[in-house]
Design a protein around this ligand. Sequence first.
Ligand code: NAD
Ligand code: UFG
Length: 335
Amino acid sequence: MILITGGTGYIGSHTAIALSNAGSKAVILDNFSNSNFTVLSRISRICGAQQIFVKGDVRDAARLTSIFDQFPITAVIHFAGLKSVGESVQQPLEYYDNNVLGTAKVLETMRRANVKTFIFSSSATVYGNPRNVPIKENYPLSATNPYGRSKLIVENILTDFYQSSPDWNIAVLRYFNPVGAHESGLIGEDPKGVPNNLLPYISQVAIGLRSKLTIFGSDYPTIDGTGVRDYIHVMDLAEGHVAALNYFNKKQGFITANLGTGHGYSVLEMVKAFEAASSRKIPYEFAERRRGDVAECWSDPTFAREILGWKASRKIEKMCTDSWHWQLQNLKGFK
Ligand code: NAD
Ligand code: UFG
């Protein structure tokens, strides 16, 4: 049985489905700090089976321990954490507490329970301002904000911990830009307030919740002057976690892998793709560059393909169609 921390969040909920599709059973733990309980019934509808859920915080050692006592957990996929770059600048202590100490607590509880397989949600943000694209796993790492630093610190903790416990299996998965939704339209990304990320913003413009998109920067050295990112369908990303678990069924060790498609799309290309998927016009205006943004960021996903046998297969059209489908069916998200 797999413990999914943060399993009612955006990526965790899609991973619960990917695990169920692969025939695995899971226990979902979440404190609902950034998710809604409705997600659980939606996952159950998609999977055709009731989800096992525990409400709680990963920093609550007693609650965590009780899960390992109650269920035959063999591995943990650790999504729980805070993820807003801007908020992390305002509230760094909350980010270090949740993301760093929370992860340490999970590891400590796993050690006591003798569960030794751990998959960690890292981010392309650990590459800082990449000098070259596509980005390989051995490129230099840096952080420009507390959120990114919390991911880097955890990566370092995991490296140190593995030195002391080489019989563990640890996968650090560095996600590029997850977008899209499950094709049922029952679950998807449900940002609180004004979306920070591009695709949720575009889709709220398409549905009429916002009047226009503001494009941050038109003078980057890219194909059309707008920022380029490696957008990956969230179900592909979810399946990457299943591939990592399967890898550890055959081999042991510590791996770090990019989960991306290996293709970059500009903001204007995304706008065009979304217009095609939704048959709606996306009005936009250009503004100054957003502080901290890089011009281009996309992955070299070769390592994940070679070692995990995993490759993202869903194209940009599918990413936009599924985002739109989710948005159309859930005007106000899960509320
Ligand atoms: P999300 O906010 O949708 O999901 C995180 C879930 O964790 C939420 O359901 C939240 O309620 C829960 N949670 C937070 N703190 C908790 C705690 N202390 N105890 C229990 N539950 C807690 O975010 P997401 O987009 O699904 O991201 C999942 C993970 O992937 C995060 O660690 C994030 O940093 C990482 N990541 C996300 C992206 C992205 O663009 N979405 C990119 C790279 C990495
Ligand atoms: N953008 C706009 N207008 C918007 C929102 C975004 O023009 O309203 C542009 C950005 O300037 C950037 C691109 O769209 O060029 C993508 O921006 P996102 O905010 O969607 O994604 P980022 O690549 O900036 O950051 C995301 C997550 C980070 C994570 C990073 C790498 O938000 O937490 O991917 O995984 F670290």
